[in-house]
Design a protein around this ligand. Structure first.
Ligand code: G16
Length: 540
């Protein structure tokens, strides 16, 4: 390592004093103006990780659902998955190191991980549409080059597209071509094949309104439209030409406020969906004839997908191990439906797709979704090979089901939750099953729920256990929550520190919306009192 050069460049990316940086749920996130040195240092770290794994590593500059002023960065590991946990710790350590300690920290990481410094390194970089992203991605490139790494800057990409590129490069193209055209071609080929099999037709089935959160999803969907031929006609809203990123629109807004995004005109019973700012989450919704809003979140998406996959397996005559992975935010009704009606095993992990992804890899077919719409399905290598073989061998109904499954496998982005890929999977399933959005919604009825945020002086005072369903500290908080939950029917509540925003998240569900709202408010007050709330007390 040329420490002279590293120091020379590092002082150009000076660390602001008095701030603590933490690699959180999905990398570093905070106000963009504080992140320059983090970007430079993540460039350095990506080179070390690339040398150590002898693979291409990804660096994505995005703050996804956060407000436009924020930004963030995360590293993508060789198979397109999230960074390994011990490297997250190195990332935190490197981001917090004072200038004079940088050399020691870099040597420490290299020694602990036995990094061969002579090894070549290759890093791919993507960024979202935030005004700050271009400059910040240049700082990543500075870090990569000063450590002698090679790089390819993809420029504007959705987060899952960058995960896809990393996976393609490290599987020598087996997963697909590592270009944006390769991504569009792979997905559109599978989608067009699937919709050819669908019996339903008519404009109401083919048209979909998409709220793009004023983010990168709009650009990429526009590029992709030409590849989809007649299979689907998308109408884009909040495409970034006017409004602010994620402001009053996008998947996070729609899910947490349980109402339609601004900037989209919805006629009754029209099928609509929202992406988030970097297009890795999707939620569906519609308004009924009485004007009531119906949200179809990640839980119902997981239900649709897993039931369809099970039906295909029955048709083919294969008995495979299918599991669904959720988090504590999963609606109680969804878990009950999956376990009791569909007889699918359901597992709960901590928030953060890295946790769900990891658990889903334990199954032949693992479907994972967070309620916020972040998820995908994973197929073991053995299953993929078997399905390819069956699709070539079987005939009639079995053959048709095997071919559908083969194309569905190709349509999922198995490297990461992907709003575009998930949208196409959902549209294909609805078309193949001739299912309307209302019929899909009617699979089960969500328990009314509410999510709130509380500001506290230090998020770390709250620690949790049992996949974040129980608070361990501060003392007395869990007991207070237990007492409040007892006051309501069919109720449940939990609190956890966010890993992407400087807030405590509160979740409550109960038998009526009024009760869920009131329970969430009472729990917020308990957090405010017992966990050092700041600013205004939570208002009902
Ligand atoms: C990220 C993570 C998700 C997580 C969400 C909220 O989403 O990738 O797994 O659910 O943050 O996390 P938290 O509650 O810890 O703030 P995104 O879409 O912002 O990348």
């Amino acid at each position: 390592m040329d420490f002279g050069a590293i120091t020379k460049h590092s002082v150009l990316h000076a660390k602001p004093s008095g701030l603590l940086f933490q690699y959180g749920t999905a990398g570093f996130r905070m106000k963009a103006e504080h992140l320059d040195h983090v970007m430079f240092r993540m460039g350095l770290l990506a080179v070390l990780r690339s040398k150590q794994t002898k693979s291409t590593i990804g660096v994505m500059v995005t703050a996804s659902h956060n407000p436009e002023e924020d930004n963030g960065v995360k590293l993508v590991d060789p198979l397109g998955e999230m960074l390994a946990p011990c490297w997250e710790e190195y990332a935190t350590c490197l981001a917090n190191a004072e200038e004079e300690d940088m050399q020691r920290v870099l040597i420490d990481i290299s020694e602990k991980e036995a990094v061969d410094l002579q090894q070549d390194a290759f890093v791919v970089i993507g960024r979202d549409t935030r005004p700050s992203s271009e400059k910040l991605s240049q700082s990543v490139i500075d870090g990569v080059t000063v450590l002698g790494g090679q790089f390819h800057d993809y420029g504007l990409l959705t987060t899952p597209q960058l995960h896809y590129m990393v996976c393609c490069r490290n599987t020598s193209g087996q997963y697909g071509m590592a270009t944006i055209e390769g991504y569009y071609q792979k997905l559109s080929k599978a989608f067009v094949e699937l919709t050819k099999q669908a019996s339903r037709s008519g404009d109401e089935f083919r048209s979909l309104k998409v709220d793009c959160a004023n983010g990168i999803g709009a650009l990429k969907l526009k590029e992709m439209e030409n590849y989809l031929s007649q299979g689907l006609s998308v109408q884009l809203f909040n495409d970034g030409t006017k409004g602010k990123l994620n402001h009053l629109c996008g998947a996070d807004f729609v899910k947490s406020h349980q109402k339609p995004p601004q900037g989209m005109e919805i006629k009754s019973n029209e099928r609509c969906c929202s992406f988030d700012g970097d297009a890795d989450r999707i939620v569906y919704y519609y308004c009924d004839a009485d004007g009531h809003f119906h949200l179809i979140d990640g839980d119902k998406i997981a239900t649709l997908i897993s039931s369809f996959l099970k039906e295909l397996l029955v048709e083919i005559g294969e008995n495979l191990n299918v599991g669904v992975v959720q988090t504590a935010y999963a609606n109680g009704s969804s878990t009950r439906y999956l376990e009791e009606v569909m007889k699918v095993p359901v597992y709960c992990t901590k928030t953060g797709v890295k946790h769900l992804h990891h658990k889903a890899q334990e199954f032949d077919i693992g479907v994972y979704f967070e309620a916020n719409g972040h998820g995908t399905a994973l197929f073991s290598k053995a299953v993929e090979d078997k399905v390819k073989q069956l699709a070539g061998e079987l005939e009639d109904k079995k053959g048709k089901a095997a071919k559908i499954l083969r194309n569905i496998i190709d349509l999922f982005n198995q490297a990461a939750g992907d709003a575009i890929a998930d949208m196409l999977v959902i549209e294909a399933i609805l078309a193949l099953k001739s299912l309307t959005v209302q019929q899909w919604d009617a699979l089960y009825t969500d328990l009314p729920n509410r999510q709130l945020k509380v500001k506290v002086a230090d998020r770390k005072v709250i620690s949790t256990t049992d996949a974040e369903r129980q608070a361990v500290t501060p003392p007395g908080l869990q007991e207070a929550i237990n007492d409040l939950v007892k006051k309501y029917r069919l109720s449940r509540a939990f609190v956890r520190p966010s890993g992407t925003e400087d807030v405590i998240r509160v979740y409550a569900e109960a038998d009526s919306q009024e009760s869920a709202d009131s329970l969430a408010h009472e729990v917020s007050l308990a957090v405010f009192q017992l966990a050092g709330g700041i600013g205004e007390r939570p208002q009902p």
